[in-house]
Design a binder for this molecule. Structure first.
Ligand SMILES: *Cc1c(COP(=O)(O)O)cnc(C)c1O
Length: 379
């Protein structure tokens, strides 16, 4: 049996007619950049994420970058984030000229630890605190970071909050949607995200009218009106075609999210029935609506052997992420070393993402768990 990590062709089959129809509209209109399709998607995403505004941008990475720019973060500023995330989170901080400061994760949720965030800010000198401008909590794998204590620390020190919600569209924390709790929410429509485009795309949400106006300008090289530049922005525009595709897919998102959540429940019962819960740590669901962009298990040892074994059995897996950001070569000048963030380093060595996509069948999940059991019988 083949069980790919993700099978977008199956999803496409179910929405093909809708997609072809909307694509034809875009092609006939010959209106490709921004425009009514983008505006319509922005309104729908703002509503879906219970935010006041949404601004379509070119990618999740650019959503982060433009938010940092709107918050006036740059040279000599520092921004706290997690060392256990996709590179773009800290990469955008560095790209706008600021310096990422890492705070270790909670080993159960893989999200930034509010306790360590608090102790890190407490141990900063006045001069360090004056440079600290923002925190980027990442809602990793589709589960919101523990936002209440994070927001408290940020409020206390006057820090901006930029939610990296690239993996978490529709996730909830205490009834609040991801992206609606901070000053900015950053979303990605990269095809492997729960709401994926047919290419790159992203969105920034905000509840601030002022930031909304600034984001709209920064997206088009800081100009308003056209050719009159008040700010230096960039080309952070979203294509009409991508917006049209995402608008169609948004109608199915809750159905897909429920299927992912149902698959997670099914995996749990399979792992329990197979007696594997002492060998495999299952995802810890702390928040009310984990949307399972990834279903990530932690194995005590031989993670890479298990990965090869599953691959030989036709099962796709992935390691998100093998190198924590403080140990990336490009950040060596930040002065971090192995041992600085033990929870992130441990996760990087021991976690494995299993297939969780909505169309996955019960038979496929049973096969995945059966093969994991077979591996542990031999190892
Ligand atoms: C995917 C992702 C991004 C970047 O999104 P792109 O659309 O690929 O630029 C940023 N942060 C996290 C946590 C992501 O998973």
């Amino acid at each position: 049996m083949q069980v790919p990590l993700l099978d977008l062709k199956q999803q496409y089959k179910t929405i093909k007619e809708d997609i072809l129809e909307t694509a034809q509209e875009v092609f006939e209109s010959q209106y490709f950049i921004l425009g009514p399709k983008v505006k319509a998607l922005e309104e729908k995403i703002a509503e879906y994420c219970s935010s006041t505004h949404a601004v379509g941008v070119s990618s999740g990475t650019d959503a982060l970058l433009i938010s940092l720019m709107a918050a006036d973060i740059g040279y000599q500023d520092t921004v706290i984030t997690s060392p256990y995330t996709f590179f773009a989170t800290a990469g955008s901080v560095a790209r706008c000229g600021a310096r990422p400061v890492f705070v270790d994760i909670d080993p159960h949720t893989y999200n930034i630890s509010p306790d360590l965030l608090e102790s890190t800010t407490q141990s900063m000198t006045q001069s360090e605190l004056s440079k600290l401008k923002a925190v980027i909590p990442v809602h990793l794998y589709g589960q919101c970071a523990d936002m209440a204590p994070i927001l408290e620390v940020c409020e206390k020190h006057g820090l901006m909050v930029i939610e990296d919600a690239a993996q978490a569209i529709g996730a909830e924390y205490n009834g609040k949607r991801a992206g609606a709790m901070g000053d900015f929410g950053c979303f990605s429509f990269f095809p492997s995200k729960n709401l994926g485009a047919f290419g790159d795309g992203g969105m920034v949400t905000t509840n601030s009218d002022e930031f909304h106006a600034k984001l709209l300008k920064l997206r088009v090289h800081g100009s308003h009106p056209k050719y009159y530049h008040q700010l230096v922005g960039g080309n952070f525009r979203l294509d009409a075609f991508q917006a049209a595709v995402v608008s169609v897919k948004l109608k199915y998102l809750d159905r897909w999210t429920n299927a992912r959540r149902e698959n997670a429940r099914h995996y749990r019962s399979l792992f329990e029935a197979a007696g594997l819960t002492d060998r495999v740590q299952l995802p810890v669901e702390k928040e009310t609506r984990h949307i399972y962009n990834q279903f990530v298990i932690r194995v005590k040892e031989k993670r890479d052997d298990l990965r090869r074994f599953l691959s030989d059995a036709g099962i796709g897996t992935e390691v998100y992420y093998p190198v924590p950001l403080h140990l990336q070569e490009c950040f060596s000048d930040l002065g971090y070393k192995t041992g600085d963030f033990p929870a992130a380093e441990h996760a990087a060595l021991h976690t494995l993402a299993l297939p969780i996509y909505p169309e996955l069948s019960d038979d496929q999940m049973a096969y995945v768990v059966e093969r994991i059991k077979a591996f542990f019988l031999k190892n």
